[in-house]
Write a protein that binds this ligand. Structure first.
Ligand code: SAM
Length: 286
């Protein structure tokens, strides 16, 4: 698209191929960092479109690695702040920063320890091909943000397909659990893309999927802590009846009776709204 190319800072169109950058900087994928890289620029552009149009938008990217997804986000017109833990990637990313004419800010560090609102200064879309070893922990951190609506505008995140299915699962399915309730009680998750192992280098052992999550209004009178504690207790022993599993939580049985939910039911049969009602009762009583 000639007009789009004209609109890009010339540095971005003149970038060397990703494979060349990886070879020149010796960026062999390391297991310890959960590294499975994406190279296909059509696929990367598709991933960068998941949050919607990004022209002029602020994006926070975790784990840019050699910068394939970062390039796609910059091509889409975003201002990107990226946090990377692997020092080896930083010189390659700095070159991309030079080409991006001020639209890329790099942070070296661990995404689990970043004070995102302070670093970003304004709401941002989060887009990431996450390292599988920290993906779920980061998701829980972002889903349990306080206050709500959170500092992030949307999440577009790569997971192992099995984790993506847990995030969007409905009651009465094996995949339904704590992660489903945490993701669904005040946001709307959907699977936006599915990817086979061969999309990555090196290929992981399992299929992957990109989950898109947009925050919705939070129900009144339900602190995050209450949802976390009630779901942890209920799913901690998912095969047991609630009247047994909620014994582990102080005030759990009183909340169960106040909510009117039958104590003979098991956690995986409760809808997200029923968990919200239970958490509301628990927080009032405790
Ligand atoms: N975005 C690149 C792509 O799509 O090709 C790389 C994705 S790779 C699956 C995950 C990246 O996250 C790696 O570059 C890894 O070094 C980085 N990473 C792993 N743990 C991290 C952490 N705790 N904080 C920040 N980056 C991390």
């Amino acid at each position: 698209n000639a007009r789009l190319t004209d609109a890009l800072p010339s540095g971005l169109t003149a970038l060397p191929p990703l494979r060349e950058v990886i070879a020149r900087h010796g960026l062999t994928a390391k297991k310890a960092f959960g590294q499975n890289f994406l190279f296909d620029s059509n696929l990367l552009d598709k991933l960068a479109r998941v949050p919607g149009p990004l022209s002029g938008a602020r994006v926070y990217e975790v784990g840019p690695g050699p910068g394939g997804l970062t390039r796609a986000l910059l091509r889409a017109g975003a201002d990107v702040t990226a946090v990377e833990m692997d020092k080896r990637c930083l010189p390659a990313l700095a070159e991309l920063g030079d080409a991006a004419a001020g639209r890329l800010t790099l942070i070296e560090g661990d995404a689990m320890r970043i004070d995102e609102p302070a670093v970003l200064g304004a709401p941002a879309h989060i887009v990431a091909n996450l390292p599988y070893n920290v993906g779920t922990a980061l998701l829980v951190r972002w889903l349990t943000a306080d206050p709500w609506p959170p500092w992030w505008l949307s999440l577009s995140l790569m997971f192992q397909k099995e984790v993506a299915e847990r995030i969007i699962a409905a009651p009465d399915s094996d995949a339904y659990g704590r992660l489903s309730v945490l993701a669904q009680w005040r946001s709307r998750p959907r699977i936006a893309l599915s990817l086979p192992p061969r999309a990555f280098i090196p290929p992981p052992k399992v299929d992957s999927a990109v989950v898109h999550i947009v925050p919705t209004q939070a129900p009144e009178g339900v602190p995050v802590k209450a949802v976390e504690r009630v779901t942890a207790a209920a799913f901690g022993q998912r095969r047991k009846m609630l009247r047994a599993s909620l014994k582990a939580l102080s005030g759990g049985l009183e909340a169960l009776s106040a909510s009117g939910i039958d104590g003979a039911r098991r956690a995986e049969t409760l809808t997200v709204d029923e968990f919200v009602a239970l958490a509301r009762c628990w927080s009032k009583l405790s």
